[in-house]
Ligand binder design. Structure first.
Ligand code: SF4
Ligand code: SF4
Length: 148
């Protein structure tokens, strides 16, 4: 099974240290927000994970992403309990943001002791907004098929 670096967007501070450590040029910083890995280029060597000052990267066998999910949940809990107000990508109900309504999407928000205190709206390109709306529509159509 192929090994792969998986950065945690919620912990990453976009410092770029991992990008410099990677000898395969497999890491880029997405819009200055978080590290992302090109799965085709990554060979799972772990240099990026060792270099990351935030321990934000785990090396996983492709197909097993539960460690990263568990780390994310732990990190969200810490942010809720320390109450400092942390910017995190979490799922919240959309009320017209980016032209999307009535469905929960993961977007940037401030999380503190009260839960989600408010959303941080990024400036997106028209194409990005279109893709986000498409994702929202797909999600809605899946939800519509569920009978509870
Ligand atoms: S595991 Fe190795 S190849 Fe993959 S992104 Fe990290 S440093 Fe690059
Ligand atoms: S070194 Fe760690 S914190 Fe810095 S960009 Fe890479 S994953 Fe993010």
């Amino acid at each position: 099974m192929k090994k792969l670096a998986v950065p945690d967007k919620k912990i990453c501070v976009a410092c770029g240290v991992c990008m410099k450590a990677c000898r395969k040029e497999a890491i880029s910083i997405y819009r200055g927000c978080f590290a992302q890995v090109d799965e085709e280029k990554c060979v799972g060597c772990g240099l990026c994970a060792k270099a990351c000052p935030k321990d934000a990267i785990v090396i996983e066998n492709k197909g097993a992403t539960f460690y990263a999910v568990a780390m994310s949940v732990c990190h969200i809990c810490k942010c809720v309990f320390n109450g400092a107000g942390t910017a995190l990508t979490v799922s919240t109900m959309m009320h017209g943001e980016y032209g999307v309504d009535d469905v929960c999407l993961s977007t940037l928000a401030i999380v503190d002791r009260t839960g989600v205190r408010g959303k941080i709206l990024n400036k997106l390109t028209d194409e990005e907004v279109k893709k986000l709306q498409l994702s929202a529509d797909k999600l809605k159509s899946v939800i519509a098929q569920i009978s509870l």
